[in-house]
Design a binder for this molecule. Structure first.
Ligand code: IPE
Ligand code: IPE
Ligand code: MG
Length: 249
């Protein structure tokens, strides 16, 4: 995870360490538009986006944020042209293979959420390897949502819980928020405090519907390949101005 030397290597002085989000989630949007503006095919935007994600992960580590979740591929993204889907799957596989050693060295814990069993076998192999080799790492928890859809996640949790009820392992009255959460892909991970979506779009696109019940949302106008530490600084500044009330007065 080598990054360019930058003047934002350390937490900017105007940010309060004690008010940093513990968990940041990102909807990395705008790769296609970025490429189009450069007169390039859409896939070049995805390629450029990889380095941006790498630097954001590095930045979270540098600034003391302990969890980052990135939306890489939604259950709806299969509807894209076959070449684009294929390119993305191959890209994920290649990047994982190339970056794993550095992730291990940097003590990053890699996690994937989504319906992973529907991904190409070669990608599943890289995913299993990366999760197994980094499971005890603790510098930052890096979660990649791939073939992820929140509605599907909620439905599979319902099915698993219903099965337990049918087998007599659980009573309907026992189904609490904690039990429900334990059946989501994100079991064991605290909800995001801050969700950033790039490219100016103001929607969740089936991302973390349950988990974002009280998370703060920040929309950046930057296209994902242009998102950098200055933009992230802006997002965190805005977050620190917010008053999180959680229903109280
Ligand atoms: C986000 O960028 C990347 C993925 C969904 C994989 P897009 O590909 O959605 O870029 P735009 O929104 O078309 O510009
Ligand atoms: C959301 O972006 C999915 C990812 C970033 C992986 P999309 O570009 O697919 O979302 P919509 O279609 O604009 O809502
Ligand atoms: Mg998009």
């Amino acid at each position: 995870m080598k990054t360019q030397p930058t003047d934002l290597q350390y937490l900017p002085l105007d940010l309060k360490r004690e008010l940093l989000p513990h968990h940041v989630a990102v909807i990395m949007d705008g790769n296609g538009r970025w490429a189009k503006r450069q007169g390039l095919p859409r896939i070049m935007g995805h390629k450029a986006g990889v380095n941006v994600l790498k630097d954001l992960l590095h930045c979270c580590k540098d600034w003391g944020i302990k969890a980052l979740t990135a939306y890489a591929f939604s259950t709806e993204n299969w509807k894209r042209p076959e070449e684009e889907v294929e390119f993305l799957m191959t890209l994920f596989q290649r990047v994982l293979r190339q970056e794993l050693r550095e992730m291990v060295e940097e003590n990053v814990q890699i996690q994937f959420v989504g319906n992973l069993s529907a991904l190409p076998q070669a990608l599943q192999t890289e995913i299993s390897r990366s999760m197994a080799q980094t499971q005890d790492n603790r510098s930052i928890r890096f979660t990649i949502a791939t073939n992820y859809g929140s509605r599907q996640e909620i439905l599979q949790a319902c099915r698993a819980i219903a099965q337990k009820v049918q087998e007599g392992l659980l009573k309907p009255d026992d189904i609490s928020e904690e039990i429900f959460e334990a059946h989501l892909y994100t079991a064991g991970v605290a909800d995001p405090d801050l969700l950033i979506r790039t490219s100016g779009e103001m929607r969740l696109s089936n991302f973390l519907l349950w988990q974002m019940a009280y998370g703060e949302i920040y929309i950046s106008d930057a296209l994902w390949p242009d998102f950098n530490r200055s933009e992230f600084h802006r997002a965190l500044s805005a977050y620190q101005q917010r008053e999180r009330r959680f229903g109280k007065v």
